[in-house]
Design a protein around this ligand. Structure first.
Ligand code: THU
Length: 160
């Protein structure tokens, strides 16, 4: 038996002002989209903004349902909108931000496991790493260069 130590690099920014201009703009687009979140059940708004390889930005927000399992994550609506509008265009970046009705979220919130898998599919589909930028309502910003950093040992088409 041997043990393998897996490492990944997390970029930590003290605030959004430290980001590059394109990353700051994408995060701003996500924050602007937050108003479209339909989250009456959780009171937890999530917004995602996707930067496509053609320079277009597509946003999505969580869309909840009285039948809870039907709820859609913000990443899912944003990525599905990309597929609907620009099916042949690769994705370069996704910025994700959150806001709670009950408290100020002062740390970055990472995508759920299912949404990591969704992002992974787009990386594989277009053979293109997707930078992920995360921020709460205030505080630090995290970024990773690829979803593989936060979803190691990913299940992909290569496993089928
Ligand atoms: N949510 C997202 O939109 N993205 C995630 O990655 C995690 C959770 C939403 C789903 C639900 O509407 C609310 O956050 C609370 O779970």
């Amino acid at each position: 038996m041997k043990e393998l130590e897996l490492k990944f690099t997390l970029h930590v920014f003290e605030n959004a002002n430290e980001l590059s201009k394109p990353d700051a703009e994408l995060l701003e687009a996500a924050k602007n989209a937050m108003k479209d979140s339909y989250s009456p059940y959780s009171g937890f708004k999530v917004a995602a903004a996707v930067l496509l390889a053609n320079g277009k930005t597509v946003t999505g927000t969580n869309q909840e349902n009285a039948a809870y399992p039907v709820c859609l994550c913000a990443e899912a609506t944003a990525l599905s909108a990309c597929s609907a509008l620009y099916p042949d265009v690769a994705i370069n970046k996704i910025a994700i931000t959150v806001k709670s009705k009950s408290h100020v979220v002062n740390h970055p919130v990472a995508p759920c496991g299912v949404c990591r898998q969704r992002i992974s599919e787009y990386e594989n589909r277009f053979n293109n790493n997707i930078e992920i930028i995360l921020m709460g309502e205030e505080g630090q910003v995290y970024s990773v260069n690829t979803v593989k950093d936060i979803l190691p040992l990913t299940f992909t088409k290569a496993d089928l």
